[in-house]
Design a protein around this ligand. Structure first.
Ligand SMILES: Cc1cc2nc3c(=O)[nH]c(=O)nc-3n(C[C@H](O)[C@H](O)[C@H](O)COP(=O)(O)O)c2cc1C
Length: 257
């Protein structure tokens, strides 16, 4: 397969990134053009031709795509290229996120040949789906990649069946935001630089602007002093209820045309 592989995704804490990378590995392919919108939400999107194979992936936030991500993806021009759509969620539910993603890609003139929802450690409540993806998840991903490859090689046409409803469920933010301890923070500025929505000020890097923060957890993930975290009574209370309710293991769901 000599086609160009393009990976476009948003991954704040690298779980979605791991799935995209592993998908290409299952094809024994390198990704020729890779864009993580969490590195730069304003990143220039590539010109896509009908000959390209594109992988588009995003984490599920509140049963939807993160709104900043969906608005960027709507700018894509698929030019009839084949695309694989993936969402990654933290074992609660993916609700309407995969339907939303495949709708955006179809509207952008892609041919969506496969769609899947995969599970990753919950980035707000890490006891949920902890250490996922594991070998079983990666083996499911590899099966999905092989099924997609078969569709490409046979140029099969068909329809996908995706779980979800239209109109999509209402997007709601999470009322929890990370912060750090000013005594531990060494003001290195990593979180300021890496926050995709610029919610952290260089003067007070141990705080977040809660009106801007999307709770993606990237500041926690990149903090070399490990001082950024979710904390407080509200977090503990929501966390224990959430962990009790959503710890029963879910498995990947995917289908191809
Ligand atoms: C703001 C926010 C909302 C989330 N909403 C959901 C959700 O609705 N359902 C779910 O199962 N997981 C949810 N998660 C968990 C993420 O989808 C999951 O941790 C994902 O693997 C994060 O991907 P990343 O590591 O690529 O950033 C949410 C996480 C965040 C930060």
């Amino acid at each position: 397969m000599e086609k160009r592989i393009i990976g476009i995704y948003f991954s704040a804490t690298d779980t979605t990134r791991k799935y995209v990378k592993s998908f290409a590995e299952a094809w024994s392919k390198d990704i020729d053009i890779e864009i993580n919108l969490a590195d730069n939400l304003s990143a220039q999107l590539p010109d896509i031709t009908s000959e390209d194979l594109v992988i588009v992936a995003a984490p599920v936030y509140g049963g939807r795509l993160p709104s900043q991500v969906s608005s960027r993806l709507k700018e894509l021009k698929g030019n009839q290229a084949k695309v694989i759509a993936m969402v990654v969620y933290g074992n609660r539910d993916y609700d309407d996120a995969l339907l939303e993603l495949t709708d955006i890609l179809s509207d952008a003139d892609f041919e969506v040949i496969g769609a899947g929802a995969f599970i990753g450690q919950h980035s707000i409540f890490p006891k949920v789906a902890s250490s996922r993806p594991d070998n079983k998840d990666l083996s499911a991903l590899s099966n999905f990649a092989n099924e997609c490859l078969r569709v490409i090689e046979t140029d099969k046409k068909g329809e996908l069946k995706i779980k979800g409803n239209r109109p999509y469920k209402k997007a709601v933010g999470v009322p929890l935001h990370p912060s750090g301890d000013p005594e531990v923070c060494n003001r290195c500025g990593k979180c300021v630089e890496k926050c995709p929505v610029y919610a952290i000020k260089v003067e007070e890097p141990y705080l977040s602007d809660d009106s801007i923060c999307i709770s993606c957890g990237r500041c926690i993930y990149v903090c070399p002093k490990h001082t950024r975290r979710y904390s407080g009574l509200k977090y503990k209370m929501i966390g224990s209820v959430f962990t009790a309710a959503f710890s029963k293991r879910k498995e990947a769901e995917f289908n191809v045309i």
